[in-house]
Design a protein around this ligand. Structure first.
Ligand SMILES: [Zn+2]
Length: 325
C-alpha cells in the first residue's frame, strides 16, 4: 500500500515539475516577443487603459492626440508602413473619415485636411475634390491636356491645349447652324439634330470650334469689359476652352438671359444628347468643380459610351475621371 502511494507522489511531483518548466519557458518566450520596454500600460485622458503590446505605434499615435478608439481604427485601416511613413508627423483630425472614401490616397492626406478645414464639405467630398485638384485655385497648378486621350481629352481651368492642337475639323453644314466640329463629333451632332427634328425640336449650333487665337481675342475683350475675375467665370482663357478642341458646341443660344433651361429644346437635350455622345458640361451648382456657372447651352462630345456613363452617374467629367481610376 505504501509503495503504491509513493509511486503516486512521484508521478505528481514529476507532473508538477513539467508544468513548472513549461510555464517558465512560456514566460521567457513572451518576454522575448514583446520586450520588457513595450509592455507598459498607458492610461489616457478618458480613463481607459491600453497596453501597447499588439501595436508598435500605439503610443506615438496616442501622443499625437488620437483617442484610444481612433488608434484602434487606425490599426485596422492602415498598414504599419503607412503609419510609420505617413501618420506619425502630425495629427489629422478627420483621418478616419477621409479613409472611408474609396478615392483616398495617403500621400494627399494633408491636402485633404487643409481643404476640409477651409470648406463646408464632408470628408468624402473633401477627398474627391482634392483628387480632382480643386484645392488649387483655378488657373494655378495647370498642366497640358493629354492629347492622346482623343475625344476624351480633359480641357478645363487646370488643363489646356496648345496653339498647335489639331482639331480635325469638318463644317456642320446647312441646316445645322454655325461653324465646324471635330469630324466624328460633327457626324453625331447632325444625327442628333435630325433626331430632334423628328420630335419637333429645332437645334442648331450658334458657336462650335474656336481657334486658339479667336479665343484669345474673345477672352481679352471680356477682360477689358468686366475685369479678369468676372470674365473668368464665363469665358475661358485661350487653350483652356473646350471650344478650342472642336468637341464642344453651344446650342441655340449662349446667353444666360435667354433662360434656355426653361425650353423644351433643353429638356430634349438633357434626356437625349448622351445617345449621340453629347453631355451638358457645365451644370447648375457645379461651378466649384467646372469653373463655370450654369451653361444650359454648352454640350461636349465624348462619344456615346462615355456620355452614357456620365449621364447615368450624373457627375461632371472631372468627378468621373477620379471615380473611374
Ligand atoms: Zn460653350
Amino acid at each position: 500500500m505504501e509503495k503504491t502511494n509513493n509511486k503516486y507522489y512521484l508521478i505528481i511531483i514529476i507532473l508538477l515539475a513539467f508544468i513548472l518548466v513549461y510555464l517558465t519557458m512560456m514566460t521567457i518566450k513572451e518576454e522575448k516577443e514583446i520586450g520588457p520596454e513595450n509592455t507598459t500600460t498607458v492610461i489616457v485622458n478618458d480613463g481607459k487603459q491600453i497596453t501597447n503590446d499588439e501595436y508598435e505605434y500605439k503610443e506615438d499615435l496616442l501622443q499625437l492626440g488620437y483617442s484610444v478608439n481612433e488608434v484602434e481604427k487606425i490599426e485596422k485601416l492602415f498598414t504599419k508602413d503607412e503609419v510609420k511613413n505617413s501618420l506619425l508627423n502630425e495629427k489629422y483630425k478627420n483621418l478616419i473619415g477621409f479613409k472611408e472614401s474609396e478615392y483616398f490616397d495617403i500621400d494627399n492626406l494633408s491636402r485633404y485636411q487643409k481643404y476640409f478645414d477651409k470648406n463646408e464639405y464632408n470628408e468624402k467630398e473633401a477627398v474627391l475634390y482634392v483628387e480632382i485638384g480643386l484645392d488649387y485655385e483655378f488657373y494655378t497648378n495647370t498642366n497640358p491636356s493629354k492629347v492622346e486621350d482623343g475625344k476624351l481629352i480633359l480641357v478645363n481651368k487646370y488643363n489646356y491645349i496648345s496653339e498647335n492642337y489639331d482639331a480635325d475639323l469638318e463644317k456642320l453644314g446647312d441646316g445645322y447652324g454655325k461653324g465646324s466640329l471635330n469630324k466624328e463629333a460633327a457626324g453625331y451632332f447632325r444625327q442628333m439634330v435630325d433626331a430632334a427634328k423628328e420630335d419637333g425640336i429645332t437645334l442648331k449650333s450658334v458657336s462650335a470650334y474656336r481657334s486658339y487665337s479667336s479665343q484669345k481675342n474673345i477672352y481679352n475683350n471680356y477682360v477689358k469689359r468686366d475685369g479678369q475675375t468676372k470674365a473668368d467665370t464665363y469665358s475661358a482663357r485661350p487653350g483652356h476652352s473646350e471650344h478650342n478642341t472642336g468637341l464642344a458646341v453651344d446650342i441655340n443660344t449662349a446667353s444666360t438671359s435667354k433662360h434656355f433651361e426653361n425650353t423644351k429644346e433643353y429638356e430634349w437635350l438633357i434626356n437625349n444628347s448622351y445617345k449621340y455622345g453629347f453631355i451638358l458640361r457645365y451644370p447648375e451648382d457645379k461651378m466649384f468643380i467646372t469653373g463655370y456657372k450654369f451653361e444650359p447651352w454648352h454640350y461636349r462630345y465624348f462619344g456615346i459610351e462615355t456620355a452614357t456613363k456620365l449621364h447615368e452617374m450624373n457627375v461632371t467629367y472631372e468627378e468621373y475621371l477620379v471615380m473611374i481610376r
